[in-house]
Design a protein around this ligand. Structure first.
Ligand SMILES: [Fe+2]
Length: 261
Protein backbone atom coordinates (compact mmCIF):
# COMPACT_ATOMS: atom_id res chain seq x y z
CA UNK A 1 0.00 0.00 0.00
CA UNK A 2 1.54 3.29 -1.07
CA UNK A 3 1.50 6.32 1.16
CA UNK A 4 2.32 9.95 0.65
CA UNK A 5 4.02 11.82 3.45
CA UNK A 6 3.41 15.53 3.47
CA UNK A 7 6.27 17.65 4.65
CA UNK A 8 5.88 21.28 5.45
CA UNK A 9 8.39 22.74 3.02
CA UNK A 10 9.75 26.22 3.45
CA UNK A 11 6.90 27.79 5.37
CA UNK A 12 7.85 30.12 8.18
CA UNK A 13 8.00 28.46 11.59
CA UNK A 14 6.25 29.92 14.62
CA UNK A 15 6.70 29.19 18.29
CA UNK A 16 3.27 27.60 18.63
CA UNK A 17 3.28 25.17 15.70
CA UNK A 18 6.10 22.77 14.91
CA UNK A 19 6.43 22.88 11.13
CA UNK A 20 9.51 20.70 10.92
CA UNK A 21 7.70 17.41 11.55
CA UNK A 22 5.58 15.29 9.26
CA UNK A 23 2.34 16.90 10.27
CA UNK A 24 -0.01 15.12 7.90
CA UNK A 25 -0.13 12.23 5.47
CA UNK A 26 -2.64 10.80 3.05
CA UNK A 27 -2.94 7.21 1.91
CA UNK A 28 -5.41 4.80 0.35
CA UNK A 29 -6.95 2.70 3.09
CA UNK A 30 -10.03 0.84 1.88
CA UNK A 31 -11.19 -0.82 -1.32
CA UNK A 32 -14.65 -0.05 -2.69
CA UNK A 33 -15.93 -3.31 -1.22
CA UNK A 34 -14.50 -2.43 2.18
CA UNK A 35 -16.08 1.03 2.23
CA UNK A 36 -19.45 -0.52 1.38
CA UNK A 37 -18.97 -3.11 4.13
CA UNK A 38 -18.01 -0.42 6.67
CA UNK A 39 -20.92 1.85 5.74
CA UNK A 40 -23.33 -1.06 6.06
CA UNK A 41 -21.99 -1.87 9.53
CA UNK A 42 -22.88 1.65 10.76
CA UNK A 43 -26.61 1.14 10.29
CA UNK A 44 -28.70 4.28 10.01
CA UNK A 45 -26.86 7.36 11.29
CA UNK A 46 -28.61 9.48 13.90
CA UNK A 47 -29.55 13.17 13.85
CA UNK A 48 -27.00 15.93 14.40
CA UNK A 49 -28.92 18.87 15.88
CA UNK A 50 -25.94 21.23 15.62
CA UNK A 51 -26.12 20.99 11.82
CA UNK A 52 -29.27 23.11 11.83
CA UNK A 53 -26.70 25.89 11.70
CA UNK A 54 -24.76 24.57 8.69
CA UNK A 55 -25.24 21.94 5.98
CA UNK A 56 -27.54 19.12 7.17
CA UNK A 57 -25.61 16.27 8.73
CA UNK A 58 -26.36 12.93 10.32
CA UNK A 59 -23.89 11.32 12.70
CA UNK A 60 -23.27 8.33 14.97
CA UNK A 61 -20.36 7.89 17.36
CA UNK A 62 -18.41 5.27 19.28
CA UNK A 63 -15.71 5.35 21.94
CA UNK A 64 -13.41 2.43 21.21
CA UNK A 65 -10.34 0.85 22.77
CA UNK A 66 -7.87 -1.81 21.66
CA UNK A 67 -6.84 -4.44 24.22
CA UNK A 68 -4.34 -7.07 23.08
CA UNK A 69 -5.38 -6.70 19.47
CA UNK A 70 -9.14 -6.81 20.10
CA UNK A 71 -11.41 -3.80 19.82
CA UNK A 72 -13.97 -2.94 22.48
CA UNK A 73 -16.61 -0.22 22.66
CA UNK A 74 -17.40 1.95 25.67
CA UNK A 75 -21.07 2.84 25.92
CA UNK A 76 -21.49 6.62 25.82
CA UNK A 77 -23.81 8.61 23.56
CA UNK A 78 -22.30 12.06 23.82
CA UNK A 79 -19.16 14.12 23.63
CA UNK A 80 -18.27 17.52 24.94
CA UNK A 81 -15.62 19.36 22.97
CA UNK A 82 -14.11 22.10 25.12
CA UNK A 83 -14.84 25.60 23.85
CA UNK A 84 -11.10 26.27 23.75
CA UNK A 85 -11.08 24.32 20.47
CA UNK A 86 -14.53 25.07 19.12
CA UNK A 87 -16.07 28.43 19.90
CA UNK A 88 -19.07 27.57 17.70
CA UNK A 89 -20.31 24.16 18.88
CA UNK A 90 -17.97 23.41 21.79
CA UNK A 91 -18.57 23.85 25.49
CA UNK A 92 -21.64 21.68 25.91
CA UNK A 93 -22.62 18.01 25.75
CA UNK A 94 -23.73 16.95 22.28
CA UNK A 95 -25.74 13.72 22.17
CA UNK A 96 -25.60 11.28 19.25
CA UNK A 97 -26.73 7.83 18.26
CA UNK A 98 -24.13 5.21 19.17
CA UNK A 99 -22.66 3.10 16.40
CA UNK A 100 -23.92 -0.48 16.64
CA UNK A 101 -21.86 -3.52 17.61
CA UNK A 102 -21.60 -4.46 13.93
CA UNK A 103 -19.42 -1.40 13.36
CA UNK A 104 -16.56 -2.60 15.50
CA UNK A 105 -17.07 -6.18 14.35
CA UNK A 106 -16.47 -5.08 10.75
CA UNK A 107 -13.04 -6.03 9.40
CA UNK A 108 -12.79 -2.78 7.43
CA UNK A 109 -13.40 -0.76 10.61
CA UNK A 110 -10.74 -2.74 12.45
CA UNK A 111 -8.37 -2.27 9.53
CA UNK A 112 -8.46 1.53 9.53
CA UNK A 113 -8.43 1.81 13.31
CA UNK A 114 -5.34 -0.37 13.34
CA UNK A 115 -3.71 1.85 10.70
CA UNK A 116 -4.47 4.87 12.91
CA UNK A 117 -2.94 3.16 15.95
CA UNK A 118 0.14 1.93 14.13
CA UNK A 119 0.81 5.18 12.25
CA UNK A 120 1.03 7.11 15.48
CA UNK A 121 2.02 4.26 17.80
CA UNK A 122 -1.05 4.91 19.92
CA UNK A 123 -1.00 2.91 23.13
CA UNK A 124 -3.41 0.09 23.87
CA UNK A 125 -6.12 0.53 26.53
CA UNK A 126 -6.67 4.16 25.58
CA UNK A 127 -9.92 5.59 24.27
CA UNK A 128 -10.36 6.68 20.67
CA UNK A 129 -13.48 8.62 19.66
CA UNK A 130 -14.87 7.58 16.28
CA UNK A 131 -17.53 9.55 14.42
CA UNK A 132 -19.24 8.57 11.18
CA UNK A 133 -21.14 11.40 9.58
CA UNK A 134 -22.96 12.16 6.36
CA UNK A 135 -23.47 15.64 4.92
CA UNK A 136 -26.75 15.79 2.99
CA UNK A 137 -26.52 18.37 0.26
CA UNK A 138 -28.97 19.92 -2.16
CA UNK A 139 -29.30 23.08 -4.23
CA UNK A 140 -30.57 24.98 -1.17
CA UNK A 141 -27.73 24.25 1.25
CA UNK A 142 -24.84 23.60 -1.12
CA UNK A 143 -23.11 26.89 -0.28
CA UNK A 144 -23.16 26.20 3.44
CA UNK A 145 -20.18 25.18 5.51
CA UNK A 146 -19.89 21.42 6.16
CA UNK A 147 -18.75 21.81 9.77
CA UNK A 148 -19.89 25.19 11.05
CA UNK A 149 -16.23 25.87 11.80
CA UNK A 150 -13.50 27.46 9.75
CA UNK A 151 -9.87 26.45 10.14
CA UNK A 152 -9.63 24.64 13.46
CA UNK A 153 -8.12 21.94 15.64
CA UNK A 154 -10.37 19.29 17.15
CA UNK A 155 -8.50 19.33 20.46
CA UNK A 156 -6.90 15.88 20.13
CA UNK A 157 -3.27 14.78 19.72
CA UNK A 158 -3.78 12.74 16.56
CA UNK A 159 -6.67 12.47 14.11
CA UNK A 160 -7.74 10.53 11.04
CA UNK A 161 -10.37 11.33 8.43
CA UNK A 162 -11.46 8.65 5.96
CA UNK A 163 -13.83 9.34 3.08
CA UNK A 164 -16.32 6.49 2.89
CA UNK A 165 -18.72 7.72 0.26
CA UNK A 166 -19.39 10.53 -2.21
CA UNK A 167 -22.57 10.60 -4.22
CA UNK A 168 -22.98 13.51 -6.65
CA UNK A 169 -20.63 15.59 -4.48
CA UNK A 170 -17.49 17.28 -5.75
CA UNK A 171 -15.05 19.62 -4.00
CA UNK A 172 -15.26 19.66 -0.16
CA UNK A 173 -11.50 19.89 -0.27
CA UNK A 174 -9.56 19.11 2.89
CA UNK A 175 -6.53 21.13 3.89
CA UNK A 176 -4.01 21.35 6.73
CA UNK A 177 -2.56 24.65 7.94
CA UNK A 178 0.07 25.83 10.35
CA UNK A 179 -2.03 28.74 11.59
CA UNK A 180 -5.64 29.64 12.26
CA UNK A 181 -5.70 32.20 9.45
CA UNK A 182 -4.66 29.74 6.74
CA UNK A 183 -1.63 31.77 5.74
CA UNK A 184 0.79 28.89 6.20
CA UNK A 185 -0.43 25.84 4.31
CA UNK A 186 0.97 22.49 5.39
CA UNK A 187 -1.13 20.52 2.93
CA UNK A 188 -2.88 22.53 0.21
CA UNK A 189 -6.60 21.88 -0.39
CA UNK A 190 -7.19 18.51 -2.02
CA UNK A 191 -10.12 16.20 -2.60
CA UNK A 192 -10.14 13.13 -0.39
CA UNK A 193 -11.38 10.27 -2.54
CA UNK A 194 -13.53 7.37 -1.41
CA UNK A 195 -11.45 4.92 0.57
CA UNK A 196 -8.61 7.37 1.17
CA UNK A 197 -7.53 8.67 4.55
CA UNK A 198 -5.94 11.84 5.88
CA UNK A 199 -4.01 11.49 9.12
CA UNK A 200 -2.60 14.49 10.97
CA UNK A 201 -1.12 15.73 14.21
CA UNK A 202 -4.10 17.57 15.64
CA UNK A 203 -2.08 19.20 18.39
CA UNK A 204 0.44 20.59 15.90
CA UNK A 205 -1.62 21.71 12.90
CA UNK A 206 -5.08 22.98 11.97
CA UNK A 207 -7.50 21.53 9.43
CA UNK A 208 -10.31 22.73 7.21
CA UNK A 209 -12.92 21.40 4.81
CA UNK A 210 -14.19 23.62 2.01
CA UNK A 211 -17.85 23.75 0.90
CA UNK A 212 -19.01 20.99 -1.41
CA UNK A 213 -20.58 21.28 -4.85
CA UNK A 214 -23.12 19.10 -6.63
CA UNK A 215 -21.90 17.41 -9.80
CA UNK A 216 -25.50 17.40 -11.05
CA UNK A 217 -27.29 20.41 -9.48
CA UNK A 218 -30.67 18.84 -10.24
CA UNK A 219 -30.00 16.00 -7.81
CA UNK A 220 -29.20 15.93 -4.11
CA UNK A 221 -25.84 14.57 -2.96
CA UNK A 222 -24.12 13.12 0.08
CA UNK A 223 -20.64 12.70 1.46
CA UNK A 224 -19.80 10.37 4.36
CA UNK A 225 -16.60 10.43 6.39
CA UNK A 226 -15.22 8.59 9.39
CA UNK A 227 -13.22 10.67 11.88
CA UNK A 228 -11.09 9.25 14.67
CA UNK A 229 -9.48 11.17 17.53
CA UNK A 230 -6.89 10.21 20.11
CA UNK A 231 -6.99 10.75 23.03
CA UNK A 232 -10.71 10.83 23.82
CA UNK A 233 -11.06 10.84 27.59
CA UNK A 234 -11.38 14.62 27.61
CA UNK A 235 -14.39 14.51 25.25
CA UNK A 236 -16.22 12.49 27.90
CA UNK A 237 -15.60 15.01 30.64
CA UNK A 238 -15.43 18.23 28.62
CA UNK A 239 -11.99 19.21 29.85
CA UNK A 240 -9.18 20.61 27.68
CA UNK A 241 -6.53 18.20 26.46
CA UNK A 242 -3.27 19.29 28.12
CA UNK A 243 -1.38 18.20 24.99
CA UNK A 244 -3.32 20.53 22.71
CA UNK A 245 -3.02 24.28 23.20
CA UNK A 246 -3.76 25.36 19.63
CA UNK A 247 -6.91 27.35 20.48
CA UNK A 248 -9.68 28.42 18.10
CA UNK A 249 -10.94 31.29 16.02
CA UNK A 250 -13.60 33.14 17.98
CA UNK A 251 -17.13 33.43 16.65
CA UNK A 252 -19.63 36.15 17.52
CA UNK A 253 -21.58 35.54 20.72
CA UNK A 254 -24.89 34.97 18.94
CA UNK A 255 -23.38 32.02 17.02
CA UNK A 256 -22.17 30.17 20.13
CA UNK A 257 -24.45 27.16 20.40
CA UNK A 258 -23.54 26.64 24.07
CA UNK A 259 -25.21 29.98 24.85
CA UNK A 260 -28.43 29.19 23.01
CA UNK A 261 -31.49 27.87 24.85
FE1 LIG B 1 -12.53 19.14 12.74
Amino acid sequence: MQSLKIRTGATRPTPSVCLGDDLALTRPLLSKEETVELLSSCGSLGPDPSSRHFAKRTKSIAYVMCIEGQWFQLRADFFSQPEQYNDFSGGYKRFYRELPGDFLGCKATQKILTVFRKTYQLPEKELILVQVQTSHLNHENIDQCLTGQGIHSDGADRAMLVCLQRDNVTHAENAIYGDLQGKRPVLNPFILSEGHGLLWQDNQAFHHVAPAQLADPQRSGSRTVLIAHYPAFHYLVGKPNPNNTLGTNEVSAHRRLRLQP
